[in-house]
Design a protein around this ligand. Sequence first.
Ligand code: SF4
Length: 326
Amino acid sequence: MSVLMEVKNLKTYFNTEAGLVKAVDGVSYHINENETIGIVGESGCGKSVTQLSTIQLIATPPGRIVEGGVFFEGRDILKLEKNGQEMRSIRGGKISVIFQEPMTSLNPVMTIGRQLTEAIELHLKMTKEDAKKRAIELLDLVGIPSAKQRLSDFPHQFSGGMRQRVMIALGLSCNPRIIIADEPTTALDVTTQAQLLKLMQDVVREFKASLVIVTHNLGVVARYVERIYVMYAGRIIESGSCKDIFAHPRHPYTMGLLRAVPRLNEPKGKKLVPIVGLPPNLLNMPDTCAFLPRCPYAVEKCRQIPWPELRTLENGVHQTACHLDF
Ligand code: SF4
């Protein structure tokens, strides 16, 4: 499998009145062609900021990408001018984002048809007529009944699940190579979540694109992703194949996330165990492992030496940022 995008040592900091927040602090990962990956972690761990940084969508100030590179199609796209034509044609064209809340991403006073055709005309240079045909095909593809008629409807005329389908259609409208879905189904009920994730998986396969699912819920991604990166306090603390991570998590934080996920093969009535404590304050980060105050396995060494770097385990793929072997 060849690498489609590689993020290297990305650091995004925010200057706040209270001090410097290192929201993303040395994150590296890659996405292969035709692959689905999951970026998982609690709210505030830096997973969304990482994704927004890769397409230069961080508001400056207060945010700033201070280091790192994002290599896509043979060059570092962080070196492109943020609002220049090249970066704009990558953002929304070759790399598209599906956000959690469609009502804030869709224009409430523009019909769905216009929003779709505008994006298609801009990025694919199609005529109005062809763009309209394409918009109908896309709405059909994402399961919106009577697609042709619905082109003239406004976002508020769709249900939550249908709006998210429209967002997926919009995300696909420019034949992207990478789709970033940031908590794409969080606001929806469990059945609609499953339908939409399956739909995303199917259309991404059909389009031969790659998909990045960003979520706080490890359970959500289990059936859809090939590899997982787990983030904590602005860093990746474990990565590996979905199978390895579910079968044998190697970092206590990932173990905690898994214990909080219901599993079908466990006895009925088994209690889910939340991770105790709160994520660290990014304004006041310790030198030692950031998970230390919440870690049930911490030993003296964890209190003495700095936060470990990611290390590769025996299978050559799985990585953990923990001093201990599990
Ligand atoms: Fe827990 Fe120590 Fe591993 Fe951190 S390094 S996760 S404190 S065992």
